[in-house]
Design a protein around this ligand. Structure first.
Ligand code: ATP
Ligand code: F6P
Length: 450
């Protein structure tokens, strides 16, 4: 995967150091940052100290293991932190990493000073990201969502696991030193209080740091869904032409008529907002949906430049070099006078940010744009996302969960042409690849935390 880094300009490497008691969403936030930055082609990776601790043989530790007076256990935990930091430094050096996330509790100032020192020795900018919460209900919810099913409690009764986990938190509380305005005034940090009810920011200096801060400030954990749909079949789709601003075909209008029923089936009485592009086919598709609607220019289809309005066959004939180049690197290829998938991702960034802030949204947009949005939620690599099959007349429901996104596909059973073009041919037709790899449930968290 090609990575272009914003930080090339700044020549910067950042280590985001997570801070906070257990069950404060640190891993959740860390994974989301990695996914967001990777989607933007910024090389990012998470190093989860808990995984190293398990590898180091902590077995199925009970709360006593996390007692800071437990010398033997403390040693194991220190070794795990060192192993994670070692791999992280290796990653910066050997793989030109840009943003690493050291995902651990890092609750004591002593531990944080140690991280600070090893970062500074290597000219890596440390940025502390604390998640602080006193919302007992939310913490209990987090424990039951993810902690009782953690490998630490394999085979343990959930009630026993919950009370042990609460004890584990109490052990950490005995030594916890939250980031402090006075004592930590020289550090770069962001502190999220009760998700993002209050946010404290200190010494954020670079563009990249401010992107991360802005992103985490917009995250929320209220339950919600995002629905995605391509517009109904268009006249251009039937004529095998790309781009343009054509109307829906007769079958496309049938889909538009059926969409309210599909949405109702999936969303029930939930309130939602519709986002469309500014092109006629998405607005015709959304015209019968009884919800508030908003048009976004950023949701317009990938601009095919000089090829707009042509069929793939005509493009192959008229611009054979371009046709081949696009197949060879579809993500990077930019149509003369038009856009590449990378360009689309960049213009979609505000859409993603706004999606993170919002609740229930239904997006009616286009094939390439949908691939980019889907890739963000499902962590699909750049070399694969432009080749994903996203058929017409299908409603996709994305449901963000603690450690991933659940996907449901609802077919309207209204026939439509396929606009999918396989690599190496100019014909469009039924695709042999259906992207099943990404369709069920994304688990973006480190394996041992699943
Ligand atoms: P541990 O230290 O035990 O690894 P953790 O702090 O990494 O715990 P997670 O495993 O990330 O905690 O917890 C996931 C849960 O936290 C999810 O249920 C998620 O909804 C919730 N969550 C996400 N963001 C926040 C936040 N800012 N504050 C509190 N909870 C959050
Ligand atoms: O064919 C429908 C369409 O939305 C075109 O307007 C657009 O150029 C194309 O899909 C994008 O798909 P691909 O990147 O596979 O050519």
């Amino acid at each position: 995967m090609a990575f272009y880094t914003v930080s090339n300009v700044e020549n910067l490497r950042i280590c985001v150091v997570m801070v906070g008691l257990p069950a404060r969403g640190k891993s959740f936030i860390a994974q989301k940052i990695v996914r967001y930055l990777s989607w933007l082609s910024i090389k990012a990776k998470c190093f989860n100290v808990g995984n190293y601790r398990r590898k180091a043989g902590s077995g199925h530790p009970d709360a006593e293991f996390f007692d800071f007076n437990n010398k033997a256990a403390f040693k194991i935990r220190q070794k795990a932190a060192e192993a994670a930091a070692y791999d992280m430094m290796k990653w910066y050096e050997e793989e030109n990493g840009v943003v690493a996330i050291l995902d651990g509790t890092n609750t004591t100032r002593e531990r944080r000073d140690w991280i600070l020192k090893i970062c500074r020795e290597r000219a890596i900018e440390p940025m502390f990201l604390e998640s602080w919460s006193d919302d007992t209900d939310m913490i209990l919810r987090n424990i039951s969502d993810v902690k009782t099913s953690s490998p630490d409690y394999e085979g343990v009764d959930p009630d026993v696991a919950t009370s042990d986990f609460l004890e584990r938190i109490a052990k950490y509380e005995q030594v916890y030193e939250p980031l402090d305005r006075e004592k930590d005034k020289n550090l770069t940090y962001v502190k999220l209080i009760n998700v993002a009810q209050e946010v404290v920011i200190n010494r954020i200096q670079t563009y990249l740091e401010s992107r991360v801060v802005f992103y985490v400030m917009n995250l929320h954990i209220r339950p919600r869904c995002i629905w995605l749909s391509r517009h109904g079949e268009s006249v251009y789709n039937v004529e095998k032409k790309i781009g343009g601003d054509s109307c829906l075909s007769e079958r496309g209008f049938q889909y538009a008529k059926k969409l309210p029923e599909l949405v109702k089936q999936s969303a029930g009485d939930a309130d939602l907002t519709i986002w469309t592009s500014t092109l006629i086919r998405t607005q015709q598709t959304a015209q019968d949906l009884p919800y508030k609607q908003l048009q976004w220019k950023a949701l317009d289809e990938l601009d095919a430049g000089v090829c707009d309005g042509m069929t793939y066959e005509e493009i192959e004939e008229k611009y054979p070099g371009d046709f081949k180049a696009r197949d060879e690197n579809k993500y990077e290829y930019r149509y003369p006078g038009g856009e590449s998938y990378r360009d689309v991702v960049i213009r979609l960034e505000p859409i993603i940010m706004e999606l993170e802030r919002q609740e229930n949204i239904l997006i009616v947009t286009h094939q390439a744009v949908l691939r980019c949005i889907y890739a963000y939620f499902m962590n699909v690599p750049q070399e694969e996302s432009p080749w994903m099959s996203i058929p017409l007349h299908t409603l996709i429901k994305l449901e963000p969960k603690a450690y991933g996104t659940e996907v449901t596909k609802i077919k309207a059973n209204i026939p439509a042409v396929s606009t999918y073009k396989e690599k190496g041919t100019s014909r469009v037709g039924e695709s042999t690849q259906d992207g099943t790899k990404y369709q069920n449930f994304l688990l973006s968290i480190p394996e041992s935390k699943r």
